[in-house]
Design a protein around this ligand. Sequence first.
Ligand code: CP3
Length: 342
Amino acid sequence: MSGKFLCVLDGEKFDVPPVWMMRQAGRYLPEYRETRAKAGGFVDLCLDPDLASEVTLQPIRRFGFDAAIIFSDILIVPYALGAKLWFEESEGPRLEPVANAANFGKLSDQLDGKITSRVYEALAKTKAALPKETGLIGFCGAPWTVATYLVAGRGTEDQAPARLLAMQEPELFRKIIDRLVDSSAEHLIGQLKAGADAVQIFDTWSGVLDPASFERWCVKPVAKIAEKVRSVVPNARIIVFPKGASLDGIEAVAKQSSANAISIDWITDRKECAVRFGDKLAIQGNLDPLALLAGGKALDQAVDKVLADFKGARHIFNLGHGIRKETPVEHVERMIARVRKN
Ligand code: CP3
């Protein structure tokens, strides 16, 4: 029998929803910080199958979440296409920028199997070690979001470099997106074959685009990935996370990709979402990560509100974005106890 997480993706509802958290393996956990120090760099940790599997399992052991998400990063795809990737400590990821035709020409059109096979090995190891009822999630970044890092070579405040390139050199930008569509689909297929029960497509920066650009650079590429994945794995369960998108935008992504679930940020109106999608799709979300950081009464009230607003919907309890690294572990325990009514 599948656990609750997969049951909700497959159409069931529960009074007590399944629960997991974006970035549940990460720096708020002392055991993560210890393993991270042992691994050396962040990329080394992502690409060591034993350690990546270990940190994936850490939050499952500690909290008993209903799903595990494989420890990796959305930037592993451009890295496996040949873009240099490194992490500046206490700053964030850096990539060799791809913002002109000459740099694009240096990117491979094939993922380097020596890199991606490490992710698949980590998934297989994790699958073997997980309790039967715990779902295992693979993921990739959506092409638009990955392109914002690839074009700028780093995270940027308003994603201006990618937006500008899309305006100035739409043909080059289309090629970058197409390359990411093909490679991301291949990476999701690899993860599903290695044992992922579902995959999530993270479009963290979809909220900065005007409606026509959103359709072109977010909706269509994600739909294309879903189509390619399902042409090889017909029953693939796909969760889409178009962060910052309007309800109409979320609906367009979900419909055109035939998603099994949408993940929503904390700004999205829950009740409207439940009315629009409640029976058609699973809805994952959407506690404000700051409510989790705040703790105490504010946390209790915020958790209760999320649960009440999604009552009767196919709900997977999650945050509206990743957990913040300053969050006390006891707040996570409190949140889970409240969701599970312990
Ligand atoms: O959710 C999980 O627990 C699985 C692992 C995971 C990570 N990154 C690990 C990570 C997932 C699903 C991601 C996705 C990811 N990576 C996104 C999309 C989701 C989101 O959060 O918006 C993006 C935009 C990235 C790119 C990225 N990776 C950034 C911008 C950063 C730096 C920001 C930060 O939090 O430091 C990372 C680093 C990163 N990825 C960390 C982790 C645990 C922290 C690195 C560390 O240990 O030093």
